[in-house]
Design a protein around this ligand. Structure first.
Ligand code: R5P
Length: 265
């Protein structure tokens, strides 16, 4: 790995423990003004001090994040379909590598849609993006997207999709947690995996357990959105997630952090 690429990746995945808490906030690129992130600046500002990186589109970077905010940007660079379309897999690269460099992104992210109508195009997009990322020194995050088919999230499917992403050269991969056998998904993917939170779970404890089980199974961290900013206590929630991911807190210990207790360090 070239120095610049390695350096950028180390800004996201902390070298001390190999873990990361990424804040996912790119939902608007196909969902529009998602609940509780209708005004991105308002939602993001209090959370950024606790995020190891934030995943957003260039529109949100430009309008809603101050240039002097010291948070690494993982720039969403694929898109082209909205939630109004049955098939979400028809994506292209929508933001150039040059623009990513100009925005001082620490990584670029795109979705791949394994098994979907536009599987082929999304994988070719990934190959091209990795070539460009290698040239510019920017790591590529491949997101194993499932569109509206949330039931696809089992170990067999996720193992296939994450491995393909790694084989195409993704430097890290975002996927979903699954039970059973998430450890097998991790084992079959030779690059770091970060876990998406998915739709808001019933309780905060459920989301903390998801993060905890992911780390226990070998994930590098989480890239969580709705389960943080749709919580009734978003700052408490991201601090609690940090306690699980970086400080090895149990979900119950992390609940104390959520309720206002001091972080463990
Ligand atoms: C979806 O494709 C987006 O990339 C989101 O970043 C992703 O779903 C993670 O956010 P959440 O934790 O809300 O699922």
């Amino acid at each position: 790995m070239v120095w610049g690429l390695q350096n950028r990746l180390a800004r996201i995945i902390r070298p001390g423990d190999g873990h990361t808490v990424m804040l996912a906030a790119d939902h608007g690129y196909f969902l529009g003004p998602t609940r509780k992130i209708e005004i991105p600046r308002k939602t993001l500002e209090p959370l950024l001090p606790y995020a190891d990186a934030v995943m957003v589109t260039r529109g949100v970077v430009r309008t809603s994040i101050d240039p002097d905010a010291n948070v690494p940007i993982v720039l969403r660079v694929s898109g082209g379909a909205s939630v109004l379309n049955e098939d979400l897999s028809n994506e292209k690269i929508t933001t150039s590598m040059r623009e990513a460099v100009r925005l001082n992104a620490s990584a670029v992210a795109l979705s791949i849609f394994v098994g979907a109508p536009h599987e082929h195009e999304s994988l070719v997009n990934l190959g091209h993006l990795v070539d460009e990322g290698e040239e510019a020194g920017l790591p590529v995050l491949a997101v194993t997207a499932v569109g509206k088919e949330l039931e696809k999230r089992d170990a067999r499917y996720l193992g296939l999709a994450t491995r393909i992403a790694a084989e195409f050269g993704a430097h890290f991969v975002k996927t979903y947690f699954c039970e059973p056998d998430f450890d097998k998904v991790v084992e079959g993917c030779p690059v770091p995996l970060v876990v998406a939170g998915g739709p808001k779970l019933e309780t905060e404890l459920d989301a903390l357990e998801l993060a905890h089980n992911s780390i226990q199974a070998g994930a590098a961290g989480v890239d969580m959105g709705r389960n943080i900013w749709q919580s009734s206590n978003p700052v408490g929630m991201i601090r609690a997630i940090r306690a699980v991911v970086h400080d090895r807190a149990t979900p119950k210990e992390a609940l104390d952090v959520l309720k206002g207790g001091k972080p463990r360090k």
